[in-house]
Ligand binder design. Sequence first.
Ligand SMILES: Nc1ncnc2c1ncn2[C@@H]1O[C@H](COP(=O)(O)OP(=O)(O)O)[C@@H](O)[C@H]1O
Ligand SMILES: [Mg+2]
Length: 394
Amino acid sequence: MSIRELAEVVEQGHVVVCCGSGGVGKTTSAAVLAMEGARRGRRALVVTIDPAKRLASALGLDELSNEPREIATDRWDPKGERRSGGALSAMMLDTKSTFDGLVTRYASSPEQTRRILENSFYRNISSALSGTQEYMAMEKLHELHEEGGFDLIVVDTPPSRHALDFLDAPQRLLRLLDNRIFRLLMVPTRTGLRIAGAAVQAFLRTISRVVGSEVVNDIVAFFRAFEGMEEGFRERAKKVVQLLGEPETRFVLITSPRRDAVEEARFFAEKIGDHHLAVDALIVNRVHPRFGTEHSSGLRARAQSLRDLRVGKEAVEARERLAARYENLADFNEIAELERSHLETVRVRVGSAAIAYVPYLAHDVYDFDALAAVGQLLFSSAGDPGPLEAGADE
Ligand SMILES: Nc1ncnc2c1ncn2[C@@H]1O[C@H](COP(=O)(O)OP(=O)(O)O)[C@@H](O)[C@H]1O
Ligand SMILES: [Mg+2]
């Protein structure tokens, strides 16, 4: 059942947002989903944030360009199996140049653009302010959507500590623009209100004593340089939020079956729900397989009864070796069972979402062959670790 649904994500989705905590396989999954979309005949783009070096290199992202680049079909589809029309592009998000682009778009003159881009406070926040990367990922997504060159845009999200910062980021930008200090700083140049101006001057003098007047001057210049641009930014942020709520937008939550990752995934699922959005698919990456159907406790009991077995001297070593293997198997299945019981908590949170599994692989996933192999596992039942209930009824 869930297999068809994950296919639905790459066949019908227009924007696919991959979220999850750092290190679970978000970037890998985003690349796999885009490639699968392309194989199924879509003009697909993966927007990566922090691809591992070798993956970036495979995707042709050795230099940061902030613009999509098409990948030659013979690289990702050497056997020519794709459905007609399928194309795959990739890009790596460059937070700073996305922010610069946004400033350029909304500034009223080249002079205003220049004043902002050259401001050292801006230069700091445009890459370092918390939430900026999240917001720019969404901003870039919106831009790509507006330009209209792709049927399927799969976005990776930053490895943010703060779960789902990217959902809050547009709101946060709006809050910054609504901020009292921001408004006060805008007042003097806007209406020439001397009283507010004087109060602000006093406030700034106090701050200057702490952080130094140069910093304050930069900040004031920064906010003043933004004058008249808030409306544009505000509109833009609203549109980004709207895009996330569109019927063709899909949310894919990626997790590993470890307890901490699952906890975070559950939190993500709740947050997505808080934004009146839904998780469309759950990818569980790096799952340990279960060997056979026997429960670890049964395997452990077998090991014990073997040890209790009386055998002739010549068979003692063989008996021990066999008992040890049973114990190994019990250990392994115990991990698999634990993983499955951890997964239960997130499974109930994602409701009717598609669930797909990728086993713990022996190698990193960094070239098209490996991406295709993961796709094969995700889009067939091959990666399915079998019934999850085994761990749950403990
Ligand atoms: N199922 C897997 N088995 C083994 N290695 C994996 C698997 N999935 C991802 N990896 C590797 O783990 C590392 C982290 O994956 P990545 O997709 O970059 O995670 P994230 O984007 O969530 O931080 C990469 O080197 C990737 O190749
Ligand atoms: Mg990543």
